[in-house]
Design a protein around this ligand. Sequence first.
Ligand code: 4AD
Ligand code: MG
Length: 430
Amino acid sequence: MKKAIISKISEYNEQNVIVDGWTYNSRRSGKIGFLSLRDGFGIIQCIVEKQKIGDELFESFKRLHQESSISVIGKVVENSRAIGGYEILVEDFTIHQLTENYPITPKEHGTDFLMNHRHLWLRSKKQHSILKIRHQIVKAIRDFFDNNDFTLVDTPIFTPNAAEGTSTLFETNYFDSKAYLCQTGQLYGEASAMAFGRHYNFGPCFRAEKSKTRRHLTEFWMVEPEIAYADINDNMEWAERLIAYIVKQVLDNRMNELNVLGRDIDKIKNIMTPFPRVSYTECIEILNKSGNEIKWGEDFGSPEETYIANQFDKPVIVYGFPSEIKAFYMKRDPNNEKVVLGMDILAPEGYGEIIGGSEREVNINTLLDRIKEEKLNKSDYEWFLDLRRYGSVPHSGFGMGLERVVAWICGISHIRETIPFARTMNRINP
Ligand code: 4AD
Ligand code: MG
């Protein structure tokens, strides 16, 4: 007999199959039992009739509780009223383990309890849907870059460089010296862009974020393209095309999961290029008009980002930030030295900054000044400065935070549910 997975069950209509899984739910009404079977690919209703399977097996059925592991044998039949349109008429089943008192029940649990049981919580419908969408987004990102002639070049996690400022570094012993966990792969990406033209890296990044917000993790995933012979406008176009592609792929492939999450599809179905572009200076004016007293030169916090994003129904590209609040590698605007050719993309609905990027500084003296200003150790950046000595060209890139994109597309309020095992200021377990 054939083993089937629930997502492909329609291919087995009117056939007998084996499905390996776990009890999602079971109930009885007299001599008929209803078993919701979960196999990781989907959930299907199984009908267990005492008359058909015999007294002994029916008694075993009664002992199945939430998350008991079983293999079910039965016939697949169409039933328009069942979820998924099919059900299984059970003929036999094997119990692998009977489970009692599974900690996560259909009743409400507090978030702390659920996060402490994250290793089990992953089995629940909502978490399962979020991680399926995360998977789809990862695939869309990779397909987008692969289809556009980018080369995936992996960047190291141990590094001597503090590319994104010294306040969020995780420092670790490295034999007789010290190293940091990477905050970004960008500096290595710039080396790679000079070798491959179009580069991307995609992996975990680490920041000792001392803030407990809904948007910050200490370990998060970032995808970072870096493009030779590209200016800030090219960079914005790549970024908006990437986001539009991701949203379309999720809508085309993960509608069931979005529905499980109760996502308002109207809010994401029109995410098409071009995205609106506003300068930092225009944002300050918009904010001041609204009564917010932020001054030119100050960085946006989450209330400012949300207010700006709420003026638009698509992600918005903010450019022209003051150089003081941005990283050392961002190119100064030749027309106005006070600002950099950097851009952030803010997601709609208050999800905040999902992309940060810039055209890169290519003037070696400006870079040296900035390295000094930031009190960085020049010798750690010699290799990076070589990129400005040998065949330097205008180039640009950006980083997109995977978890923030997942949170926005799923409509999940807290970023901790968008990564399998979240690491935050006060959590490293499980
Ligand atoms: O804006 P950031 O700091 O940019 C960089 O690291 C650049 N080196 C990227 C580049 O140009 N190659 O971070 C990029 C994105 C943010 O927009 C945000 O989406 C995400 O990474 N991010 C975080 N996500 C979750 N938790 C955190 N603590 C994050 N910090 C940044
Ligand atoms: Mg940023």
